[in-house]
Design a protein around this ligand. Sequence first.
Ligand code: 5GP
Ligand code: SF4
Ligand code: MG
Length: 465
Amino acid sequence: CGIFGVVGTSEAANFVALGLHALQHRGQEAGGIVAYEPDLGFNSARRFGYVRDNFTSQKLMETLPGSLAIGHVRYSTAGSKGQTAIRDVQPFFGEFSMGGAAIAHNGNITNADALRRELIERGSIFQSSSDSECIIHLMARSMGRSIPDRMEEALRKVEGAFSVVAMTRTKLIGVRDPLGVRPLVLGKIGSGWALSSETCALDIIGAEFVREIEPGEMVVITPAGVESHFPFRPAKSRFCIFEHVYFSRPDSILGGRSVYETREAIGRELAKEAPVEADLVCPVPDSGTPAAIGYSLESGIPYAMGIIRNQYMGRTFIEPTEQIRNMGVRLKLNVNRALIKGKRVILVDDSVVRGTTSRKIKEMILDAGAAEVHFRIASPPTAWPCFYGVDTPQREKLLAATMSEDEMRDHLGVDSLRFISLDGLYRAVGEAHGRDSDSPQYCDACFSGEYPVAPSDQLEKGFAL
Ligand code: 5GP
Ligand code: SF4
Ligand code: MG
């Protein structure tokens, strides 16, 4: 999901809409905005679909006045069952003795089932099926004397991954979980401030990137300034390495480095680890593009757009059902036949999850008369589900959970298939000595099976580590 908030600018909701539009790649199912204006109080709007189709209507935006607003773009993650209902669309709102508060959450709470059971037993009335709603109920039960105090107390009971953007009547609040699994950045806009999942959304509103919110940090912001707290027990940070590979936008800055640059480095690393003789390097667009450029630069094999993407389709994996996903590849990607015919082609993609995309693409490329097809993948085999906010299917559906690399190659029917090594990926994100196996610098659970936070709800349901 994507989260965004601003304080201290007029028409805050319009800025939030623009920010969410720049974060649309993080969630395309639905979006919501809450704004506060002293005379009119809190107002909210939640809609299915793209930001640009909803939050551009002047009529709607006029219902969201004020200089303080937050918003959320959603895609459903592990644990959520089936289609999103509008009541699951964030931000969530709660009214407390000291006033109202709204929160938007990116990540996934790994003990949400247990918390929900306990809260319901004690009288909480849940409105949604979202794990994020627990935070509001925990805040309601807290005896803290201010909303930030209550939030701190609530979040200390929550396990898993969370980046949160919240607001009261006067304050914008940002929090990252102690491991800092999901991103969150601070920006300055005129006399106000902004919080965003990624820097690309600061750019769109002309805000200046100030810094990342640190793992375990809570910032409480008014137009007058930013107050910083560290309410959690300190821990070694474990940022999601997959943000570098796929999730974040290539024009965002992560850990002081452009995501594009990192992805190009991944491609170079891949070319060193898994060279092959061929005529063309082609990306599976758009997610494989920077890595394909890196592979081409390192290997000297020409880069070409062998597959053309229809820009009007969304990301395939966000399509919720298997059937649509199967069709989705063809609706979205087409082979550039004239270029491919008779060529030995290296295809570079960011990841293989179920293998649906790779299989379809291989068929299309062979239909177009390619002489050979070699897959090069910019991440290690995805053998484990993510329980921290990225939507991966159950373990059984992950190709790499049940097959070796050679078996996957045969299953996909390609001439060769190679994945970047975990160490190679660490080198590409800037860790000169690779992965520290005693104390990994990132979360890489979907590749290694080493979960930095025990997925307790899942373990209770029988998930085996
Ligand atoms: P597959 O078709 O193998 O199930 O999914 C791989 C494709 O989905 C890749 O092209 C990749 O861009 C995209 N994808 C990337 N990350 C994820 C993810 O976390 N989950 C899913 N399901 N697909 C993803
Ligand atoms: Fe990121 Fe994978 Fe960890 Fe999920 S399991 S937070 S996708 S690295
Ligand atoms: Mg892709």
